[in-house]
Design a protein around this ligand. Structure first.
Ligand SMILES: Cc1cc2nc3c(=O)[nH]c(=O)nc-3n(C[C@H](O)[C@H](O)[C@H](O)COP(=O)(O)O)c2cc1C
Length: 478
């Protein structure tokens, strides 16, 4: 009786930990405070999980299959170290739960550790579940088999479940790449790209697929190590040959579903992200002129286009959502600046760098990181008009590595904006404002307004209503 109760409790804790894990990965939906609270709860449950499963430690080295036990022990140790790293790095960055603690270290280092440990931890946790799921899978398999024997035939449920696990696991590999797990784990990508506009259901489905992939991979690897795969393969082969026809029908149905999914979902994605989008510039920027209530302003923008040595065939090299009109490239910030120009009636000026960035998107990303790490100011090509006659600066730029691009930082540092108010319009690939608005104050003596706007890069062409409403707010009209 007590045994059953403790088993139920263990199961409850495990399920709760899995739910919390998903919430922790969804940082951009929960926000920092809830992320910290959830993380703390997770750590408490992690300790409970260890205490309740303490008997497992006694079994170390006593398993039937040494290789199986070694891999399990190493995996569990890695997971424990990973969770401890997560906790310490989390505490170092804490702005709410552990704010009172004195040891706040290098936030940038802690952030890197936290990000690597978080994504690695998600995978390790999936493997951990997979390695301990052997008995659960066995029980489900036996139940379905019993039913099959009773009916003396083909268990559609069993076949569908098997196919589903295969398809979801394959999709999990794709999602692993789509969600840039390897980039975060290896540290080659420093900032998490979040699509704030994405419906949470898509986010959680992708993570569920990644977890199912992890569980399946660990389960199969364990089977290989313990020699159980051979028997399993033999049974499956017998089953498939007995019910060949039905599996062929199922496979065809599945293929049709996949093709439809690719055509309607995949192609749209490819078009949006890997090709330049044609726009009718005057049409997407035409808007009502807002009365700025006497505020005299200027628009300063920075964009990749004009500051990059693009090759002729830009589609093949950009891999970013660039736009074009009559074969002339237009940057996202440039288009947003034009919308502002039409709405506020302010003149606009582009920040131009002397040294141009490389044509490839990836190369620009690396170059930008290098100059930011080295804190090298950009050499700017242009002189701006006398800024003293303006009281308002509308600053438009893309988010680079979670903050302002170096040329924008340099512009702010080189121009005295004392007494003016800076409003920021940030376009991004998923990270929202990042830390750009907070960072702006480091480079300028101007007052940094809290009335700012961020636009997701794919939404730039449709951003006019939002931009116009923002201009009205700046003018104090709503
Ligand atoms: C060097 C570089 C770094 C970037 N870093 C980020 C980032 O940290 N977060 C983000 O959401 N998007 C990031 N992006 C994507 C851009 O902010 C986004 O695509 C923007 O709309 C591009 O605007 P533009 O066409 O005016 O240059 C980055 C792009 C580049 C080229």
């Amino acid at each position: 009786m007590r045994d059953r109760k403790s088993k139920k409790m263990k199961m409850g804790i495990d399920i709760l930990m899995t739910v919390l894990l998903f919430l922790l990965m969804a940082y951009h939906y929960t926000g920092q405070m809830w992320h910290e609270i959830t993380g703390t709860a997770m750590f408490v449950l992690f300790i409970c999980h260890h205490v309740m499963n303490r008997k497992w430690y006694l079994t170390i080295g006593k398993g039937k299959y040494p290789a199986g036990w070694i891999s399990l022990t190493v995996m569990n140790l890695c997971l424990t170290v990973d969770v401890v790293l997560l906790m310490f790095s989390g505490i170092m960055m804490s702005g709410y739960v552990f704010r009172f603690l004195p040891f706040h270290g290098s936030v940038s280092f802690a952030r890197r550790v936290h990000m690597t440990a978080a994504y690695l931890g998600f995978l390790l946790m999936s493997f951990h579940i997979g390695l301990h799921m052997g008995s659960v899978f066995g029980r489900i398999g036996n139940k379905l088999k019993e039913q099959e024997e009773k009916k003396r035939g083909f268990s559609l449920l069993r076949a569908v479940l098997l196919l589903l696990v295969c398809v979801v696991s394959i999709y999990g590999i794709y999602a692993l790449n789509k969600r840039n797990f390897l980039g975060y784990i290896s540290g080659s990508t420093m900032f998490a790209f979040f699509d704030y506009a994405e419906l949470p259901v898509y986010f959680f489905l992708d993570y569920a697929a990644i977890m199912i992939f992890g569980i399946t991979a660990a389960f199969l690897i364990q089977k290989i190590i313990t020699g159980g795969l051979k028997g399993m393969a033999g049974k499956m082969k017998k089953h498939f040959t007995e019910h060949k026809k039905r599996y062929v029908i199922l496979a065809v149905v599945l293929m049709v579903v996949c093709i439809l999914f690719f055509v309607f979902g995949g192609l749209t994605y490819v078009r949006r992200h890997y090709r330049t989008v044609s726009v009718n510039r005057s049409q997407v920027t035409k808007t009502e002129k807002v009365d700025m209530n006497g505020k005299k302003g200027i628009i300063i923008y920075f964009t990749r286009v004009g500051n990059t040595n693009f090759k002729e065939n830009v589609d093949a090299v950009s891999s970013a959502s660039l736009m074009e009109e009559n074969e002339t490239l237009i940057g996202n910030s440039e288009l947003l600046a034009e919308m502002l120009e039409n709405a506020a009636g302010y003149p606009s000026y582009a920040i131009k760098t002397k040294k141009k960035y490389s044509s490839g998107y990836g190369a620009t990303v690396s170059e930008a990181k290098k100059e930011m790490d080295a804190n090298t100011p950009s050499e700017l090509e242009n002189d701006f008009p006398e800024l003293s006659e303006y009281d308002t600066v509308l600053l438009v730029y893309p988010l680079w590595w979670g903050t302002l691009p170096m040329p924008v930082q340099t512009f702010l540092e080189k121009n005295d904006l004392t007494g003016k108010t800076v409003y920021s319009l940030v376009t991004h690939g998923g990270s929202g404002f990042g830390s750009a608005v907070q960072d702006t104050g480091k480079y300028t003596k101007a007052q940094v307004s809290s009335e700012n706007l961020s636009v997701y890069d794919d939404d730039v062409t449709e951003a006019l209503p939002e931009v116009t409403a923002w201009v009205k707010r700046i003018a104090g009209l709503n």
